[in-house]
Design a binder for this molecule. Structure first.
Ligand code: SF4
Length: 325
């Protein structure tokens, strides 16, 4: 994807499991809702990731507009479902990312829901590595990937941080319209672990940020503890007790939850405790637990200058002057 035609993959787009086959270069849109025009919602030093990722100086996080998974409960719904964001040229994007690296000294570059803009990401990674940038590159995803793409991502990415959202096919179907999610997520995760191993160094304090490997996230959903149980059992069986795992309690209902009349409350303390008890029963050793999620990291992407109260102002601050052709 970094050869003479770096954008060729957009021509008959099959970058993700939706395999729409549309010509995004000609302005067509598939399920992710984005053409081949790079669109980015925020570029920010982010302190709301897990400690091994945020460290002390933050994770250099790039939030892309659109998403191939389209879970209706997405906590980033303003960008994944409503497509908030700015169009950027490749050069302008590179400038902003370099500013993040230099001004903030972030520990890594963190590409959030990156599948549908992979050709742009590969091009940025190529430019940065050629210029001597050494921070780890991190693939931060929904877990809904084409397993065949993982080795391609692994050519540039050092860290994989996928969600494992659903082991229950019916729940996957109801939330994001693809009952194949469990097997696709599992096969992709197997390839990620094969390529990069488990996250290292493993330092839950964040004093020594991670440089390589896989950290799996699971967001507990209200009323869906059984799905969480199935996810944990599957992960334990497939990857053993040392798999690095982040179990999140931060779910908040979004406008689309109210619209569907589903997942219309937060996760209760007892639901989360039930899940954590199973984590302990299964003997997982490397676990990050989110006992008190902070509203400081509940995003509002309409506030372009500062979408997260807990972060410094974003590097991307309204980019109308730099819209791509
Ligand atoms: S990246 Fe978008 S257009 Fe391409 S296959 Fe996936 S959903 Fe379809």
């Amino acid at each position: 994807m970094t050869g003479p035609r770096p954008w060729a993959a957009y021509e008959t787009c099959r970058l993700c499991p939706r395999e729409c086959g549309v010509n995004r270069l000609a302005g067509q849109r598939g399920r992710c809702g984005e053409t081949a025009q790079l669109r980015v919602a925020s570029i920010v030093a982010h302190f709301g990731e897990e400690p091994p990722i945020s460290g002390r100086r933050g994770s250099g996080t790039i939030f892309f507009t659109g998403c191939s998974s389209r879970c209706f409960f997405c906590q980033n719904w303003q960008i994944s479902l409503e497509h908030e964001g700015s169009a950027l040229t490749m050069d302008r994007w590179e400038t902003l990312v370099r500013r993040l690296l230099v001004d903030h000294g972030v520990h890594n570059l963190n590409f959030v829901t990156p599948d549908h803009f992979w050709p742009h990401i590969a091009e940025l990674c190529r430019r940065l590595r050629e210029a001597g940038v050494q921070v780890p590159f991190l693939f931060n995803s929904s877990g809904y990937q084409l397993p065949s793409m993982i080795p391609v991502y692994g050519e540039w990415m050092d860290i994989f941080m996928p969600d494992f959202k659903f082991a229950d096919r019916d729940l996957a179907e109801a939330c994001m319209g693809d009952r194949r999610y469990p097997e696709l997520a599992l096969q992709s995760l197997q390839k990620m672990v094969e390529a990069k191993g488990f996250l290292e160094p493993w330092d839950p304090s964040g004093a020594t940020p991670a440089r390589q490997g896989v950290l799996v996230r699971h967001l507990v959903l209200p009323g869906e503890v059984e799905n969480s149980r199935q996810v944990l059992r599957l992960l334990r069986q497939e990857f053993g007790r040392f798999l690095p795992l982040s179990v999140m309690s931060q779910f908040r209902p979004t406008p689309y939850c109210w619209q569907r009349g589903r997942l219309t409350r937060g996760v209760t303390a007892s639901e989360y405790m039930e899940v954590i008890e199973l984590v302990q029963e299964l003997g997982f050793e490397n676990v990050l637990i989110q006992s008190a999620p902070s509203d400081d990291f509940l995003p509002d992407f309409q506030c372009v200058e500062r979408p997260f109260k807990g972060n410094p102002p974003a590097v991307l601050e309204g980019e109308d002057d730099h819209r791509a052709e």
